[in-house]
Design a binder for this molecule. Structure first.
Ligand SMILES: [Zn+2]
Length: 330
């Protein structure tokens, strides 16, 4: 880190002070607010330019831009090559992109929404990556590259990484246990499982983000998968092997099945409409305005951690008190 920098006023290399301050920047014609670092000359107090700090400020601005526009975070992008043991250029080719496109994203360029969604999914779902790899392996320049990354993804798949399609496993369990669950209620059940699991275990069960739609939190892919059922109950899953769950995972699912899924999707919609995560993500949007704003996991986590402590929950079944309270407030 630079210790001194040039001050235009003093016409000399000077030491400088640093302070965190609110800053405003413009990306693609829109203003964003973020916390940046300000550097000032210790002698005269004028603003001075420090390249590293200026870069860091730009990164903070872009982080806010990404967050507000649902663009995949930079650290997620950068960890993909390591996760799947593949170089940046081969990965870019594999995806059918320009050879340097992925490298540019790693350097901080903002991907389009479409590319962002692909990257987010690749990171979260080894199976999705494995499918892409098989489909596009002809794009790779060497067999060795293919073998290396195939091995990496295979070992992730066989290790049953917890993030790997956990949401689908949970859905199968819900469909097995619940009578008459509609797509609307299913979305709410997933949301409560995510929040409650965090409250008890301080980690999230699903990597997927949900969005603040008109009728409450929605996991987009799941919506499209079951939307044909609309207001009808989704077909029941005949059998389910619960040994795929840890004790904690099963306890949270069971509690939500017993204490949340007993309400209709419409009643649960009234619950989530009163809760901070959905309200915060919607901001000032009118009630009927469509939105794909992500409900940040951190907000969901903080909300349910607070609920757990407010209702003195000592085990997952205690969510009952919260649900009953919400119901009585309708
Ligand atoms: Zn100065």
């Amino acid at each position: 880190m630079t210790k001194r920098t040039f001050c235009e006023e003093c016409r000399d290399d000077v030491e400088f002070t640093v302070a965190s301050v609110p800053m405003t920047g413009t990306v693609k014609g829109k203003e964003y607010h973020y916390t940046g670092t300000e550097t000032r000359c210790v002698n005269c107090g004028s603003l001075v330019f420090v390249p590293e700090i200026s870069d860091a400020n730009l990164r903070s601005l872009y982080d806010v831009f990404r967050e507000e526009n649902g663009i995949v975070p930079l650290d997620v992008i950068c960890s993909i090559p390591e996760k799947y043991d593949i170089g940046k250029r081969p990965l870019s080719l594999l995806l059918g992109w320009g050879e340097l496109t992925f490298s540019r994203y790693c350097d901080g360029d903002i991907p389009t929404r479409q590319y962002s969604d692909i990257l987010r999914r690749i990171y979260a779902e080894p199976q999705y990556y494995a499918d892409l790899l098989e489909e596009n392996k002809g794009n790779l320049k060497s067999l060795r590259t293919y073998k290396k990354t195939r091995q990496a993804v295979d070992s992730l798949l066989s290790a049953g990484i917890p993030s790997d399609n956990k949401i689908h496993t949970v859905i199968q369990y819900l469909l097995n246990q619940c009578e008459d669950i509609t797509p609307l209620a299913l979305q709410k059940a997933l949301y409560y499982i995510q929040g409650l699991y965090f409250a008890f275990y301080r980690t999230f069960l699903f990597p997927e983000d949900c969005e603040a739609w008109v009728h409450g939190p929605v996991y987009r892919d799941i919506y499209f998968r079951y939307r044909d059922y609309r207001f009808d109950p989704i077909k029941k899953t005949a059998s389910f092997d619960t040994s795929v769950f840890t004790e904690g995972e099963k306890a949270i699912c069971d509690s939500v099945i017993n204490n949340i899924c007993c309400y209709s999707g419409k009643v649960l919609e009234c619950f989530t409409h009163k809760e901070t995560p959905w309200l915060t993500a919607r901001g000032n949007l009118p009630d009927s305005a469509p939105s794909d704003k992500i409900i940040e996991k951190s907000v969901i986590g903080a909300y349910f951690a607070a609920v757990k402590s407010r209702y003195h929950m000592s085990n997952p079944g205690d969510i009952k008190n919260y649900a009953e309270d919400m119901f009585h407030q309708l």
